[in-house]
Design a protein around this ligand. Structure first.
Ligand code: AVJ
Length: 335
């Protein structure tokens, strides 16, 4: 019998990952204000730190979504039952929440295979191996890749119905126009009547959001600073990480939690892999992440603009978070 699980690596990208990282850091640190794209958080250490964050008392997002999936797994199962389904997940991490669904689907005899797409090879290998231990019969086809190439790859999988999970407010990392572009490419990669489940963090009490990104134990700070360690490790940088601090604030106007690393000193940092030094003034920020928060109306508008219909809005008991289930519509003349 053939193995029930495998991990494929994205080899299609014309620029190797290392070179892309060098290029993005070079561009980002040459810009004013400086920035580093948030996707570089997730090396093995960053993925591990993010899992720690999901257990923090202040980080309500993961627990809310867990509650939603636990409460509504039956409704979700009913929507996908009948025929074979690809359960595709973008950025699963340890898939702690998706396991709730998979366990239930298996108990109901729903015929599906699990297709996790993650940027961290280490995290994805750990995930597929632990799933294989726990559910030996489950077919798992992992793909190591960013979202864009992941979607291209999905195009080749088209022969089955797809249910795409994009959980945890991962969509929050995109600004509004980028979210639209992303969802349009997702729509393009899918077929009529396919379903997507997207986790949106809702706008709420500003103090709760601030705390979620400024936890008392400082794990979020470590997570943010890890990107500098990663530049040191992988690109031969000489960042003195103690000379930067984590700062996160909420911008009411854009609706995003925004994370920064702020230089505490006048300093120069050399990055061997780029062959260049970068100057930092005292209190100069590097922007590292957006985590956009949504209004109910934003979600409906976004679905409409990108060719989906909203089928269900699933909330946690405090209405902090929503898992929104959308259906792909291709023949209704809106595209
Ligand atoms: C994994 C992108 C959903 O934006 O809340 C957690 C990452 N950043 N704490 C988020 C994160 C700081 C997280 N996402």
């Amino acid at each position: 019998m053939s193995a029930t699980y495998e991990v494929l690596k994205d080899l299609s990208s014309s620029t190797p990952i290392q070179e892309q990282f060098e290029l993005d850091v070079l561009i980002g640190l040459s810009e004013s204000p400086k920035r580093i794209p948030s996707k570089y958080f997730y090396d093995a250490e960053g993925s591990r730190l993010f899992q720690v964050i999901t257990d923090l008392p202040e980080y309500y997002l993961t627990r809310c979504e867990y509650e939603i999936l636990e409460t509504h797994k039956k409704d979700i199962a009913e929507m996908i039952s009948g025929g074979t389904v690809n359960l595709v997940e973008l950025g699963p991490g340890d898939a702690h929440k998706t396991v709730v669904l998979m366990e239930y689907f298996l108990s109901q005899g729903i015929d599906f295979q699990y297709v996790p797409i993650d940027i961290s090879e280490t995290a994805l290998k750990q995930l597929t191996e632990s799933l294989n231990q726990r559910f030996p019969q489950l077919r798992v086809h992992g793909f190591v890749s960013g979202y864009t190439n992941g979607l291209k790859w999905l195009n080749h999988l088209q022969h089955q119905r797809n249910f795409v999970a994009f959980l945890g407010s991962n969509i929050g990392n995109f600004n509004r126009p980028a979210a639209r572009v992303f969802l349009q490419s997702l729509w393009n990669a899918l077929q009529e009547d396919d379903l997507v489940l997207i986790g949106f963090d809702l706008k709420k009490d500003i103090n709760l959001m601030l705390l979620a990104y400024n936890d008392l134990r400082g794990v979020t700070a470590q997570f943010n600073l890890n990107v500098l360690h990663r530049i040191n490790r992988e690109l031969g940088g000489n960042f003195d990480v103690t000379k930067f601090r984590h700062y996160a604030n909420y911008d009411v106007y854009s609706g995003a939690m925004e994370s920064y690393l702020v230089s505490l000193h006048n300093q120069d940092v050399h990055i061997k892999g780029i062959g260049q030094s970068f100057h930092f003034d005292p209190w100069e920020p590097i922007h590292t992440e957006y985590s956009y928060k949504y209004l109910e109306s934003d979600i409906h508008e976004l679905a409409k603009m990108t060719g989906f219909t909203v089928e269900k809005q699933l909330y946690d008991s405090r209405n902090y978070f929503v898992d929104s289930i959308w259906r792909v519509k291709k023949n209704s003349g809106n595209k």
